[in-house]
Design a protein around this ligand. Sequence first.
Ligand SMILES: *Cc1c(COP(=O)(O)O)cnc(C)c1O
Length: 392
Amino acid sequence: MWTRSAASQTTPRAFDHPIYVTRPLLPDFRTYTEALSGIWERHWLTNKGRVHDALEQALREHLRVSHLSLVSSGTAALMLAYRALGIAGEVITTPLTSPATVNSVTWCGLTPVFADVDPERLTLDPAAVERAITPRTSAIVGVHLYGMPCQVDSLRTLAERHRLRLIYDGAHAFGTQIDGEPVSKFGDATILSFHATKVFNTAEGGAVITEDAEIKRRVELLRTLGIQDEVTVALPGINARMNELEAALGLANLDIVERERLARAEIADIYLTRLDGIEGLRPFKLPARVRNSHNYFVVRIVEGASRLSRDDLYERLKSFNVFARRYFYPLCSNFSFYRDLPSSSPVNVPAANRAANEVLCLPLYGGLGHDAAHQICDILEHLLGKPDRPQP
Ligand SMILES: *Cc1c(COP(=O)(O)O)cnc(C)c1O
């Protein structure tokens, strides 16, 4: 167990190897190669293979959803969802997200309109969304950022009142629940990413989840070039298939993902216990009713209140071999190709701009180990000062 040691008075040790923000979850090598041997025997690599269908079924049960369609990436999942829902014109979304959320809107010939986030939750502010609605608006795309669920009830009311489609980017919300309800039950569709940096990964991959059988049917046509049968191409689809090698990795990882989530929860507890009270550092916390996916551990380095700026801290950590990440800086609305949109003005999205300048993701993965987590806390105390609270 951690005890306050004299060592924390002096400069803490740097790590002797780089510590990155995450390390992809991998199953036991033998488990994976055994799964591969079946694929070799069947000589079936893609196009709704046996492993692919088994993973779809296993994920539906794990996430307790009606329809889940595997695809090649989270970005492809977003593009297919927009197409399957027949979205046209303007799409209201948050600028505080991966470029994937917004670039997929543009890639589908739609116009992104940025609305600000709630300054604490960092998810879309429903009042800001309402102000952004025009006669051209056809959809709202909310992001459950860092596993913080959007305000699903307010957004549903808004979407119903204005007849808008509602899509959630749940790339950070694998297994997230609100009061025991899977977060992917909300909206017309929810997308997941199974990229290597996500808590559940298939190296590259993603999924579209929906409760609507017709949406699922369209997604599944669109992910495979719109091919309905040998002589019918029903929709102008793309190739967004997941292959058997990725699906096999997914099946093996699904067996260990809950153990990984719990291991991450222990690391997060160490960070929370040791970092709470450091001046100018505010851990990002989820409400008690939310089951945490533990995809990221995020702190905000409050401008002006901390001994170091966020960017200085980010740089100084590197000299200790700690490679934190500033997800999601820069803000999408500040990209060269979006910054001239009227909604990109910092006056329109002040809370998102502020957050993008304050957030820092600390290393979080089960294999990090408790000692390393304590060492990272020692380094943060050294750089930012000790917590201002009664010492144990
Ligand atoms: C990772 C991520 C995506 C995209 O996922 P890919 O699988 O890399 O295409 C989408 N949205 C958010 C918020 C993400 O973090």
